[in-house]
Design a protein around this ligand. Structure first.
Ligand code: ZN
Length: 104
């Protein structure tokens, strides 16, 4: 089952022929996703084989619009957010621990 708007702009491209398929029609969900160099096995009806297709986000002209630098910045930004959260929780535990030690 495919729902419109679950993978907007995402396509799979066959490496051996010009075949390209909309990932929404395959039932994929990729909302707000970023990837570079992703591949997945998808059946190509033109080659009549399952191929290791490139998974790409394309703009309205069909050109890939997620270069390596953009994906790297998104990944590092997310990592920064996660590690800041971890450090915040550790600092909170340390402060509470110190307060408990002082009370004893
Ligand atoms: Zn093909």
């Amino acid at each position: 089952m495919s729902i419109k708007g679950c993978a907007p702009g995402w396509v799979a491209r066959c490496p051996k022929c010009p075949y390209q398929v909309d990932l929404e029609s395959l039932g994929w969900t990729r909302i707000g996703a970023y990837s570079w160099g992703k591949r997945h096995s998808v059946h190509c009806p033109d080659c009549n084989r399952t191929r290791w297709m490139r998974i790409l986000h394309v703009d309205e002209n069909g050109e890939p619009d997620q270069p390596f630098g953009l994906v790297l910045r998104k990944v590092l930004g997310l990592q920064l957010l996660i590690w800041c959260g971890v450090l915040f929780v550790l600092a909170l535990i340390a402060v509470v621990g110190m307060a408990v030690v002082k009370m004893l």
